[in-house]
Design a binder for this molecule. Structure first.
Ligand code: AMP
Length: 286
């Protein structure tokens, strides 16, 4: 496995690996890699001969006061993990390599970026779309792998690829969870055991909503009220939003007659966590 810190080195490393129509898969990450990320790498390996993992904590997607400086950085462990899981190339640029000067060109996926997390994280998805577009231009992958864990990000990237005719398959991968139901996230490392016991309630509320839809509930307001009540009952959780949205437009959905996404953002003290699940009215309780 090769590790490239510069765009020039990355292009050199990839050149021989592209021969003979071999597919290149890209897994973009911010590092502190866990089983959620590894599931993306595995998925990429299934359909791509060459797998590139990028590790870059993108300053453009953090607002002042967010955790850019504190974000966990464990590059040596990440690189070792990538080698072990069969990545061919790791691209780990320094901020100055990606942004030699503040970028004047940005990619904005309007509308979608202002919903859900976009209401409080102004500019976040422009930062995400811009860095992913840059990574796509630098790596020129055939396919790119994103987790459903960051559902809005996945929808924004899909739309960017479609609107800008980028010749890349966007592949979504299911959320990997701990045995207690909590979605794996690099930010879980910020939580102590007590905080984690509160954070767990997010996935518990989501599972309960999935069950109620499975049992026949179709009224979105009732599902939201129940999930909201459960989350609000916790003295530590600060709910930012609980919404049921259309899977592509992210617009609020009142009745669950078609598959929809239930999305939550909440804070445990200073740690902001997000999670989501599919509400599928075509699934029946056993
Ligand atoms: P991040 O390093 O948090 O920017 O995440 C990089 C990629 O891994 C994104 O596409 C995430 O959606 C995905 N990812 C993060 N956590 C999980 C998880 N628990 N399950 C599946 N994918 C995940």
């Amino acid at each position: 496995m090769r590790t490239a810190h510069t765009i020039t080195d990355l292009r050199k490393a990839l050149q021989p690996l592209r021969r003979d129509g071999r597919r290149v898969g890209l897994v973009p990450t911010m590092g502190a890699l866990h089983d959620g990320h590894w599931s993306l790498v595995e998925q990429a390996r299934r359909s791509c001969e060459t797998v590139v993992a990028s590790i870059f904590v993108n300053p453009l997607q953090f607002s002042p006061g967010e955790d850019y400086e504190a974000y966990p950085r464990v590059l040596d462990d990440d690189v070792a993990g990538c080698a072990q899981r069969g990545c061919d190339v790791v691209f780990a640029p320094a901020p100055g390599e990606m942004y030699p000067s503040p970028p004047l060109a940005r990619v904005a996926v309007r509308g979608l970026s202002e919903r859900l997390c976009g209401r409080t994280r102004t500019g976040h998805f422009d930062g995400v779309a811009t860095v992913v577009a840059k990574l796509f231009n630098v790596v020129q992958p055939d396919a790119a792998y994103f987790g459903e864990k960051d559902y809005q990000q996945l929808v924004v990237i899909r739309r960017m690829v479609r609107d800008l005719n980028m010749p890349i398959d966007v592949v979504s991968c299911p959320t990997v969870r701990d045995p207690d139901g909590m979605a794996l996230s690099s930010r879980n490392a910020y939580l102590d055991a007590d905080q984690r016991s509160h954070a767990r309630l997010i996935s518990a509320a989501l599972y309960e909503a999935v069950e109620s839809v499975r049992s026949g509930e179709r009224d979105g307001r009732r599902v939201l009220a129940e999930a909201g009540r459960r989350l609000a009952a916790d003295p530590v959780l600060q709910v930012e939003y609980v919404e049921i949205v259309h899977p592509k437009t992210l617009e609020p959905v009142a009745r669950i007659d078609h598959p929809a996404r239930l999305c939550v953002a909440a804070r445990v003290d200073a740690v902001r966590l997000i999670d989501n699940m599919l509400l599928d009215p075509t699934e029946r309780a056993e």
